[in-house]
Design a protein around this ligand. Structure first.
Ligand code: DC
Length: 222
C-alpha cells in the first residue's frame, strides 16, 4: 500500500512542526520537517563562508548528504537540530530557500521520503509541489501577533528575552519573503483545508487535524 500522505503548509510560527510531530506520534506516522532541511543548507552555507547571495556557490550540496530519519535532520552523520535554530540561520533561511538549485535538491529528497508509508510532511510547498497528490492537505494559519507570542514564550523557556514587536516584525518579513519569491512561493493549494490555530491550544489543533485525517481516511475507504 502506498500509505496515507498528509501535507501541512503554512507561514512561520503557525505551529506546523510541533503539531505534525504530535500527530505523527499519536497515529504512528513518519514526520518530516522540510523547513529543517532548508535550515541545514543555510547552516552549512554560513559555516563554509560562501557568498550567500551567489546561487552557484551552493554546489557543495553535490557532495554533502542531507537526510532525515527518526524525526531528526542529519548532515552526513552530524545531527544539526540545535545549530539550525540559531538567529543567524533564521535570518538567512528565506534567502537560501529562494534559490531554484537549492529547492530542486531538497524537493528531490522530500519526494523520495514521501513515497514510503504513512507520512505527515510540513513546510511551505508540500501540498503544491512536493506531494501534490496528498490524501489530505492542511493550510495552517494563525494571527501574526499570536505567532509572535508563541515564539516569545519558546525563547523565554530557553532563557532568552525578546521583544514582542521585534518578533512581529521578523515574522512579517519572513512571511513576505516566503510568499513573494518566484520559485514555489508559500501559497494554499486549491484543495487544502484552512485550519486557523489563533484561538486553539496545541492539543486542540492536534485533535482537529486528527479528526480531518480520520474523515479523509473514511472517505477513501468508502
Ligand atoms: O518551517 P521553518 O520556519 O523552519 O522554515 C524555515 C524556512 O525554510 C522558511 O522561512 C521558508 C523555507 N521553507 C521553504 O521554502 N519550503 C519548505 N517546504 C519549508 C521551509
Amino acid at each position: 500500500m502506498a500509505g496515507f500522505k498528509v501535507a501541512i503548509d503554512g507561514p512561520a510560527g503557525s505551529g506546523k512542526s510541533t503539531i505534525s510531530k504530535m500527530i505523527a506520534k499519536e497515529l504512528g506516522m513518519t514526520h518530516v520537517d522540510t523547513g529543517a532541511m532548508y535550515r541545514a543548507v543555510t547552516l552549512l552555507a554560513i559555516e563554509r563562508r560562501i557568498n550567500l547571495n551567489d546561487e552557484s556557490q551552493y554546489d557543495f550540496l553535490e557532495t554533502i548528504q542531507i537526510s532525515y530519519h527518526d524525526d531528526q535532520i542529519y548532515v552526513d552523520n552530524r545531527i544539526v537540530e540545535d545549530d539550525i535554530r540559531s538567529k543567524e540561520v533564521t535570518e538567512n533561511v528565506s534567502l537560501v530557500s529562494s534559490f531554484p538549485y537549492v529547492r530542486k535538491k531538497m524537493v528531490d529528497i522530500q519526494k523520495n521520503l514521501s513515497t514510503s508509508g504513512d507520512i505527515i510532511m510540513d513546510g511551505r510547498d508540500i501540498g503544491t509541489v512536493v506531494i501534490p497528490n496528498a490524501d489530505l492537505k492542511i493550510f495552517l494559519v494563525a494571527d501574526v501577533v499570536e505567532r509572535a507570542k508563541r515564539r516569545q514564550l519558546e525563547k523565554h523557556k530557553k532563557g532568552f528575552k525578546v521583544d514582542l514587536e521585534k518578533l512581529v516584525e521578523e515574522i512579517t518579513t519572513r512571511d513576505h519573503k516566503d510568499s513573494s519569491r518566484a520559485e514555489s512561493p508559500l501559497r494554499k493549494a486549491d484543495d487544502a483545508i484552512i485550519v486557523d490555530t489563533t484561538n486553539l491550544t496545541v492539543n486542540q489543533s492536534v485533535k482537529k487535524i486528527i479528526e480531518l485525517i480520520q474523515s479523509a481516511k473514511g472517505a477513501i475507504n468508502e
